[in-house]
Design a protein around this ligand. Structure first.
Ligand SMILES: C[S@@+](CC[C@H](N)C(=O)[O-])C[C@H]1O[C@@H](n2cnc3c(N)ncnc32)[C@H](O)[C@@H]1O
Length: 258
């Protein structure tokens, strides 16, 4: 069911239906209880639409420059990305399996998907996930890989628990607000197989979480904080390095689900 969560349509949300239904169903005739549920529904609805605004505004930026971003990604940035893909594949190769499943989360135009697809050791099945339709289309046509046009948090809808050997997310996770990071890490942990590997990266030059002037969200986290967040979810940090991709100083961490 596709509920419309736009602010003007609060009463069509399931939470609002719940507001009306629960007191009647329980035979509770308490207006204050209905108010409490209504306030919860409105707050929840506002939070949902704020999240959607963050994603929409970030994705609009990439949609408007998909081809030029792709040229940049496959051009000067390819060598810089190789440091991260090589280190990720080296850690993945320690897992014993004939073919390893890898999700490139926020794959953009697919440069790294192609690397995983062509990897011989280890052999990988690579799938991309990105919310920008134009970049998904470029990624599909350049790599021939399956690419899902979806948000990060939709991961759990597509992949079974414990099914993915590696999640690679280069220069992408910083586009969600810090307040949502824990929930997303839990989703990633859920789909990762035991022993599975996560590569995450954030700009690390400052400690800042907010909108950039071009409309995109940016969560910039010092490397120490980045590692603390991963460890707080029970992930084991197995490699830490810097990347200079996309004109930034990125803290990159490879962690493992034990
Ligand atoms: C800086 S690009 C990095 C792309 C690719 N990983 C690379 O290194 O070239 C960030 C990517 O994250 C995607 N993205 C941003 N927010 C997203 C979200 N909430 N869900 C899914 N993809 C998102 C964008 O569409 C974009 O392709």
């Amino acid at each position: 069911m596709n509920w419309d969560r736009s602010p003007g349509n609060v009463l069509s949300c399931p939470d609002a239906a719940f507001t009306k239904w629960v007191p009647e169903k329980w035979g509770v005739n308490a207006p204050w209880l209905q108010y409490k549920f209504l306030i919860f529904s409105v707050a929840n609805s506002i939070a949902m639409s704020e999240n959607e605004n963050v994603v929409n505004s970030t994705i609009d930026n990439y949609s408007g420059r998909a081809q030029s971003f792709s040229n940049w990604a496959y051009g000067t940035e390819a060598n810089k990305a190789a440091l991260a893909t090589n280190k990720f594949l080296a850690k993945l190769s320690e897992l014993t399996s004939d073919s390893l499943s890898v999700v490139d989360l926020g794959c953009g135009p697919g440069r790294d998907l192609e690397v995983f697809k062509n990897s011989k050791s280890p052999r990988c099945t690579a799938i991309g996930v990105d919310a920008c339709p134009e970049l998904c289309e470029i990624a599909r046509s350049k790599t021939g890989c399956e690419v899902m046009c979806a948000e990060f948090r939709d991961l759990e809808k597509f992949f079974k628990p414990n099914s993915i050997h590696g999640i690679f997310s280069l220069a992408s996770l910083f586009h969600i607000p810090r307040s949502e990071l824990s929930g997303l890490i839990e989703i990633m942990i859920q789909v990762l197989a035991p022993g599975g590997i996560l590569l995450s990266s954030f700009p690390c030059g400052r400690d800042q979480d907010g909108n950039m002037s071009d409309g995109r969200w940016s969560n910039s986290m010092p490397l120490e904080l980045h590692q603390q967040v991963l460890k707080s979810h029970g992930l084991e940090v197995i490699d830490v390095f810097h990347s200079k991709i996309y004109n930034g100083d990125w803290g990159v961490v490879i962690s493992k689900k034990n």
